[in-house]
Ligand binder design. Structure first.
Ligand SMILES: Nc1ncnc2c1ncn2[C@@H]1O[C@H](COP(=O)(O)OP(=O)(O)OP(=O)(O)O)[C@@H](O)[C@H]1O
Ligand SMILES: [Mg+2]
Length: 262
């Protein structure tokens, strides 16, 4: 594979649920090591898009290629983090984090060392023997993150991973995620409703519109890295947030009007 070929190539990706066209001919490339966020009004197909890339849903037309291989099902090359953590309550932190390697038949001493390092990286050193019920929401999402990273996926798919957290924990998780991403430079596809979260984290932001779901704009975030939280208070940051809000607001207004007329 030549260095210039994209990590993820999406071509003509279309999805329907019955008569409803949820995604319409999405064409987009994501480069290796890029952090890309998806924003857009509720129901525009963000989760559906992620699920197709994850191989959990099939497209009606078009395709997505990861490392030049057509995605036709789930695989260990993709790590998923959802809004709600889906930790197994009867397993402790360490064995929850090791589920992926276990399923892939890769448990062993070197994997154990790697998982311990990841738990350290997400700030859970010393909590290996805790059970999910003994953890806060933020800590559970950290386990989720470590678990997704433990299979060393080529692509991380994150669907509103911090939306169940309180505002302060959320900001901490944003900086933690940035620190982890800077260390490993994984390719990330991140869905969020919070525009400032998208701007803070991303290299690029895909703005989705609904009916049918499609990409209407791609915003480059040219803010320097590493980014301290204080960058959120700069005029450059505010201008980007404003610009994206304007793009989405228009779409929300149109869809609300449609509903009233219909
Ligand atoms: N399994 C399904 N069967 C039928 N329709 C579905 C299914 N999953 C999603 N949809 C529909 O597809 C559209 C897009 O849903 P999706 O969950 O992808 O949106 P979203 O952008 O993630 O929204 P939100 O921001 O609220 O999470 C919605 O109209 C939804 O009702
Ligand atoms: Mg969703």
């Amino acid at each position: 594979m030549d260095a210039a070929s994209p990590k993820l190539a999406v071509r003509g990706l279309t999805k329907r649920f019955g008569d409803l066209e949820v995604l319409q001919a999405i064409n987009v490339d994501i480069q290796h090591g890029e952090f890309v966020s998806i924003v857009g009004p509720s129901g525009c197909g963000k989760t559906t898009f992620l699920r197709i890339i994850g191989g959990l849903e099939t497209a009606a037309a078009g395709e997505a290629r990861l490392d030049d291989r057509v995605i036709d099902g789930p695989g260990a090359d993709r790590g998923f983090v959802f809004q709600q953590d889906n930790l197994l309550p009867w397993r402790d932190v360490l064995s929850n984090a090791e589920i992926g390697p276990e399923i892939n038949g890769k448990l062993g001493e070197s994997q154990r060392g790697l998982t311990m390092k990841l738990l350290d990286l997400v700030g859970l050193k010393g909590f290996e023997k805790y059970f999910p019920r003994q953890l806060s929401g933020g800590m559970r999402q950290r386990v989720n993150l470590a678990r997704a990273l433990a299979v060393d996926p080529a692509l991380m798919l994150m669907d509103e991973p911090f939306s169940a957290l309180d505002a302060q924990t959320r900001e901490i998780m944003q900086t933690e995620l940035m620190r982890i991403w800077e260390a490993g430079r994984k390719t990330v596809l991140f869905v969020t409703h919070q525009i400032d979260e998208a701007v803070f984290l991303s290299d690029r932001i895909f703005v989705f519109a609904r009916r049918p779901g499609r990409i209407t704009e791609i915003i480059d975030v040219n803010l320097p890295r590493p980014r301290p939280l204080s960058i959120k208070r700069t005029p450059e940051f505010a201008a980007l947030v404003d610009r994206i809000w304007t793009l989405i607001e228009k779409d929300v207004r149109v869809s609300v009007l449609e509903e009233h007329e219909g």
